[in-house]
Design a protein around this ligand. Structure first.
Ligand code: SF4
Ligand code: SF4
Ligand code: FES
Length: 530
């Protein structure tokens, strides 16, 4: 455990750390381009040069290990001169692109120029070396070779993380440029991570290009809902519109990365099929109604159905629902004496790998299991058999489209025979065609809540944007329905709904929203240490 001094502050750090990592622990930022915590050290940009006492020359902080008694200066005159010189060198052939560059506002060249350089270019414009611009190099990524500072983060990502080696650095001197390897395109399932790690505007996203200036966007911590891995994300949004997902580092879940499918899944949250108002079926078809009328109508019909026959009501909740929604669906079941079934379905040929992407395309299959609900399609088959037996008086489906994963004709016949069907969902899916009442609920980007990932890690997502129309969070709708039926008072917040779940004493015991803030907690570990 060496002790060293950086800019007059002493710190004891683990053996083997580099100066840049030790400085980070002290809250001292050393500017850097090529160093990235998830990649090997390249040491090629020289932006991290620092003065180390007793060392005759400046050293790069990203590849210098700390030693006992080391004294480092990151803002000395010598260091400042080096930082200016490195920036002047990197900008020699850089185009004057900032006004039209998609990276403006999150570009390390812009930022460091303002922080460490601020000198006029000595390079005449006409002498700059011209290279390729706006080159499509894959399904999702555009390359601008002129803007590249040759930090080799993108090539290391493709060599070390995806092991696909699509990108390389070609030519020599000021003609060096990033290019696709012969015969390759950048089409691996994680290709868009190179956009995040490119410190300048050389690699940009076809999906996000020219859609918004980043300084207008707000960020909200969330969790990807496109598979059971639960990668940590930031949702970028403005005025109720989502613009992109970016990875949020969580070394236990996704390190620094996202898969492309998950990253692009934001568009499915704001599609044309969103339900905007409660709908009630009349003789002429669906008629928009309000929440008060819809909830009291549903409560009356469900109460009658439960009274007509014990166990006459069934509730099905899918693994797309949050832990809070599942808990409230169970509470609805208790209030009505109904059977509650969980289902988790994914396409049989769903893509998966041994890195992040899981074959289970639901965010909360383990959340169902940890609340004691089945997670396979056998359970849904059981519900279908009950409907076909003709004994069911009412069915409530929470984020569940049975037509997707059971024999369609059979499901449609069965649903036509259900005397009363209530659907709670964010989108109008096929099953809604058979509903008597449809209640619009928000997506996970429109609500606070938690998912439990494949490894039992309970992770929070937060409200990024408001629900469209009159849709409301699922926990809110289910809580109000329980209250309308004379059950427990509706929780005042998702936090309160989770607290009630934790108070049940099962897998979630001992957890709360404060504990889960940040990177989440593994439920089973929390239980073992409780
Ligand atoms: S394209 Fe970006 S990440 Fe790749 S070497 Fe150039 S600057 Fe670095
Ligand atoms: S691996 Fe799964 S959770 Fe992670 S980004 Fe991809 S789809 Fe989302
Ligand atoms: S960050 Fe140290 S040399 Fe690039």
């Amino acid at each position: 455990m060496p002790t060293l001094e950086i800019d007059g502050k002493k710190i004891e750090v683990e053996d083997g750390l580099t100066v840049i990592q030790a400085a980070d622990q002290l809250g001292v930022e050393i500017p850097h381009y090529c160093w990235h915590p998830g990649l090997s050290i390249a040491g090629n940009c020289r932006m991290c040069l620092v003065e180390i006492e007793k060392s005759p020359k400046l050293q790069i902080a990203c590849n210098t290990r700390v030693t006992e008694g080391m004294v480092v200066h990151t803002t000395s005159e010598k260091t400042k001169v080096a930082q200016k010189a490195v920036l002047e060198f990197l900008l020699i052939n850089h185009p004057i692109d900032c006004p039209v560059c998609d990276q403006a506002g999150e570009c390390k060249l812009q930022e460091y120029y303002m922080d460490y350089d601020r000198q006029r270019s000595r390079m005449p414009l006409e002498a700059k070396v011209k290279k390729g611009k706006a080159i499509p190099i894959g399904q999702h990524v555009m390359l601008d070779q002129e803007r590249c500072i040759l930090c080799a983060r993108c090539t290391r990502f493709c060599d070390e993380i995806t092991h696909t080696s699509e990108l390389g650095i070609y030519e020599r001197g000021d003609h060096c440029r990033i290019e696709l390897a012969p015969g390759k395109t950048l089409d691996n399932p994680y290709s868009m991570n190179v956009i995040d790690i490119c410190p300048v505007g050389a690699l940009t996203s076809k999906d996000f290009r020219f859609k918004a200036r980043v300084w207008y966007l707000e960020r909200t911590d969330s969790v990807c809902g496109a598979c059971a891995n639960g990668c940590n994300t930031e949702i970028y949004h403005r005025e109720g519109r989502i613009f992109r997902f970016q990875p949020r580092a969580n070394l236990d879940v996704n390190q620094y990365w996202l898969c492309d499918a998950g990253r692009l899944s934001w568009s499915g949250l704001q599609g044309e099929s969103r339900l905007l108002q409660p709908l009630a079926r009349e003789a002429t078809g669906f008629v928009p109604t309000n929440w008060t009328g819809a909830l009291s109508g549903v409560a009356t019909r469900l109460r009658d159905a439960a009274a007509r026959r014990p166990g006459g009501v069934a509730i099905v909740v899918s693994a797309e629902a949050s832990n809070e929604e599942i808990a409230l669906a169970r509470r609805l079941g208790t209030t009505l004496g109904a059977t509650v079934t969980g289902v988790s379905w994914s396409p049989p040929d769903a893509f998966h790998d041994d890195f992040l992407v899981k074959a289970d395309k639901n965010p909360n299959t383990r959340g169902l299991a940890l609340q004691g609900l089945a997670t396979d399609t056998q359970a849904a088959e059981g519900v279908l058999a009950t409907i076909e037996a003709g004994t069911l008086q009412a069915l409530v489906l929470v984020r569940t489209d049975l037509t997707r994963w059971l024999d369609r004709a059979r499901v449609e016949r069965a649903l036509e025979a259900v005397p009363y069907l209530v659907v709670l969902d964010s989108d109008r899916r096929d099953v809604a065609a058979y509903a008597d009442v449809v209640l619009p609920i928000g997506t996970y980007a429109e609500s606070d809540g938690t998912f439990t990932n494949h490894a039992d890690r309970v992770q929070r997502f937060r409200t990024a944007v408001a629900s469209p129309g009159e849709a409301r969070p699922g926990w809110h709708a289910l809580g109000d329905l329980v209250t309308s039926l004379g059950g427990d008072a509706a929780p005042a917040s998702a936090d309160a709904a989770f607290a009630a779940l934790a108070a049940e004493g099962g897998a979630f015991a001992g957890l709360d929203y404060d504990l889960l803030a940040g990177h989440g907690v593994t439920a089973t570990k929390a239980r073992a240490s409780a």
